[in-house]
Design a protein around this ligand. Structure first.
Ligand code: SF4
Length: 333
């Protein structure tokens, strides 16, 4: 018997997040056996950690969780763009995407804690795009030659699926570049694998929060039904660390396209120490067009949300411009 493997208890996160990661549902057969229904073969892969899969199963077909994470026929339909925000155009190679003057994206991994069916990078990740092939030394060199860049945004994939020593190596390298004042993680992991926020990672974030002017953690959450007691516990541990805790959400048809669900989500975030930052209008993505809303529909929802909410609960409602020219406010908050 391998003493390093905890017994699987359905719906319970293991003390070792990497075990939950290894034992995730990874194929159509895994999904069909677990959920006891048939799913269509689509071009996209499958990945759902088992504790989170139970939440989806309990929420049932047609729920916001089911729609976000389980394969659907519409993913095989024509329409939409492979690279809707033109990552490739702004790629400088080796994991660097430079779209805005004072900040770059760096993608240290293509791996995610779950396969989100609405993801705007789902085609690039599927095709193993060169955009995401990273090299830390090249990134450091790029920053040294571009001192106008003061913020590095770690995205992917999801940077928090990396091992702690890898994250430390990245933070240490960026902390040595004098012009880099801010680090930002964009992550879905605290929602999907809240046990990933282990003591070693928390200690690491705390130490590096003091080495940058601002260290931000932008938690990606779209609906309150995604939340677990383990996520709330992780937030409690994050709050005292001196980190800028923010959220981003995507407005998705059939998931959160009503003002009341959004109001509940944003007020719950603020109540737990997280400032809602962005509400993204969905991008016209190949394989995810069934999540699209029109701008008019989105604006109506946001206007109503604004009428019904205190200003501090409102994230910026933003839309990506065509050809990757960057975000603009879809409607002023
Ligand atoms: S975790 Fe983020 S990058 Fe990965 S599939 Fe989900 S939305 Fe896309």
């Amino acid at each position: 018997m391998n003493n390093n493997v905890s017994p699987i208890r359905e719906g319970v996160y293991s003390p070792d997040w990497q075990q939950d990661f290894r034992l995730a549902l990874k194929s159509l057969t895994d999904l069909e056996e677990y959920f006891e229904v048939g799913f269509p073969q689509t071009p996209y892969s499958q990945f759902i950690p088992r504790p989170f899969a139970l939440k989806i199963k309990n929420a049932g077909e047609g729920s916001p969780l089911w729609r976000q994470f389980l394969p659907a026929d519409e993913e095989s339909e024509d329409g939409g763009l492979v690279d809707p925000i033109a990552d490739e155009h702004y790629s400088k190679g080796k994991g660097i995407i430079h779209r805005y003057k004072n900040r770059i994206l760096y993608t240290p991994t293509e791996v995610c804690p779950i396969q989100c069916r609405y993801c705007f990078r789902k085609n690039e990740l599927l095709q193993n795009s060169d955009v995401f092939k990273n090299n830390l030394e090249v990134a450091i060199n790029y920053l040294e030659n571009n001192p106008q860049v003061e913020e590095v945004i770690l995205t992917g994939g999801d940077p928090l699926v990396l091992a702690n020593h890898k994250i430390e190596q990245i933070l240490e390298a960026f902390s040595k570049v004098p012009s880099v004042k801010m680090i930002r993680f964009h992550t879905r992991t605290p929602i999907i694998l809240p046990n990933r926020l282990d003591d070693e990672l928390l200690d690491l974030l705390k130490r590096y929060a003091h080495k940058f002017t601002i260290l931000s953690l932008v938690i990606h959450t779209n609906h309150l039904s995604e939340w677990t007691p383990e996520f709330l516990y992780a937030l409690q541990k994050l709050r005292p660390l001196g980190i800028n805790l923010l959220s981003q959400s995507v407005l998705l048809k059939g998931v959160n396209d009503n003002w009341l669900d959004l109001k509940v989500l944003f007020s719950s975030l603020v109540a737990n120490g997280v400032n809602p930052y962005y509400l993204h209008h969905p991008d016209p993505t190949k394989g995810a067009m069934h999540f699209m809303l029109s701008r008019e529909e989105g604006e109506l929802i946001y206007k109503k949300l604004k009428e019904e909410s205190s200003g501090f609960l409102l994230p910026h409602y933003v839309v990506e411009q065509p050809n990757g020219a960057g975000k603009i406010f879809a409607l002023n908050s």
